[in-house]
Design a protein around this ligand. Structure first.
Ligand SMILES: Cc1ncc(COP(=O)(O)O)c(C=O)c1O
Length: 382
């Protein structure tokens, strides 16, 4: 059986063979604990240091400002809970946006149960946060702003640099969830002006279960895991050496080939968009036309249901729904809701995301299969 064309790189990416190669010796040979002071600890310890340097080079920060975590979710938990805990005597107000990943929204919800207050910023029809809204939301007791760099569903890129200017002016810590942007667009911490930045390995061709949090040296943050003193005492636990080596290599590759990858992903994405626009009536792009990840194409098919389209194309194309229709109700994604996408459009929303490995032949096939399925469903009135 031929596998479906993979157009869901925002969900996760395949492992890059080059990354597998650098990880292999750590599966087979170098099993030592990086904390061991004997011979077996030497290579693993060096490998962790090397990976930390590679991540720091991509993000343009100091290696000691990188803490390895288990992924994007943990990095977001660490950042938000860690700042809230460290600054709880200064204030209990947090600002975030309505379109964050659940790994931010759920954490804010938990903190609210513990006496914190959150302002959830609205977004416009393109999914953009308005910097003036950020300014209006700032209170004397605001301790943290957490706004994602790029949205996972529609790809819209937020004006983090502008938000950072405000955060600096008011002395508020700024975190950004960059799980979707690192490796797809330039994402350097000093250029962005952030204090904390989350990354996830499995969105950039490294394994699942590894990520990192950039913590500016001066940022106030409470440690996350308690135990031994790994990760500068901030995140205890024997290091995931394999994953760390993989993430380091992923960052090295991302740094060296960012321009080329951006161009390729965008070319594939735009081919898909053009092809579908030419063959299917009444489709609409969600997300900003320009301020958007180069690989993300979130499309609404008017009057259709996302799950029905996926049923039709599922054997040949892998993509994600933006809504789920049940017998008694329709669940629209919180991102589309916040953007005010009308129900008649929103319920027929699919997210396609291209990647480094996407080929022109795959896109040709995707255009054919998706347009045939959509036109069939339109004809049959479903
Ligand atoms: C924007 C964003 N943040 C956080 C996460 C969670 O990352 P992880 O799967 O590594 O926990 C994801 C994953 O989908 C994401 O897209």
């Amino acid at each position: 059986m031929t596998k479906p064309v993979y157009l869901d790189y925002n969900a996760t990416t395949p492992l890059d063979p080059e990354i597998i190669d650098v990880m292999k010796p750590f599966f087979e040979e170098h099993f030592g604990n990086p904390s061991s002071t004997h011979w077996y600890g030497i290579i693993p310890k060096k490998a962790v240091q090397n990976a930390r340097n590679q991540v720091a080079l991509l993000l343009n920060c100091k290696p000691e400002e990188i803490v390895f975590t288990s992924g994007g979710t943990e990095s977001n938990n660490f950042a938000i809970k860690g700042v809230a805990q460290a600054l709880r005597n200064k204030g209990k107000h947090i600002i975030t946006s309505q379109i964050e990943h659940s790994a931010v929204l759920e954490v804010c919800g938990l903190l609210e149960k513990n006496g914190f207050e959150t302002t959830y910023l609205p977004v416009d029809e393109y999914g953009l946060v308005n910097v003036l809204d950020v300014q209006k939301a700032i209170r004397p007791d605001t301790i943290l702003i957490s706004v994602m760099h790029a949205n996972n569903e529609v790809g819209t890129i937020q004006p983090i640099e502008k938000i950072a200017e405000l955060a600096r002016e008011y002395g508020i810590v700024l975190h950004t969830d960059a799980a979707q942007s690192v490796g797809k667009i330039p994402a350097q911490v000093h250029e962005l002006g952030v204090d904390l930045l989350s990354i996830a390995g499995h969105k950039m061709y490294a394994p699942k279960g590894i990520g990192a949090l950039y913590i500016r040296k001066s940022a106030a943050i409470e440690r996350f895991h308690h135990g031994a003193g790994q990760e500068m005492g901030l995140r205890a636990g024997t290091e995931n050496v394999l994953g760390i080596v993989g993430l380091g290599q992923a960052c090295k590759i991302a740094k060296n080939s960012l321009e080329r990858n951006m161009k390729h992903m965008k070319k594939m994405r735009d081919m898909l968009h053009e092809g579908l626009k030419n063959r299917v009536e009444n489709i609409k792009l969600n997300g900003h036309p320009e301020k958007r990840l180069p690989n993300t194409l979130n499309l609404s098919f008017q009057g259709l249901e996302a799950n029905r389209i996926l049923e039709e194309i599922g054997l040949e194309i892998a993509a994600s729904p933006g809504a789920a229709c049940h017998s008694d109700k329709i669940d629209i994604s919180h991102v589309l809701k916040a953007m005010g996408v009308h129900l008649g459009w929103a319920k027929g929303t699919l997210r396609f995301s291209t990647g480094r490995m996407t080929t022109g032949e795959e896109i040709d096939k995707a255009v054919r299969v998706i347009s045939e399925a959509a036109n069939k469903l339109i004809k049959s009135g479903k």
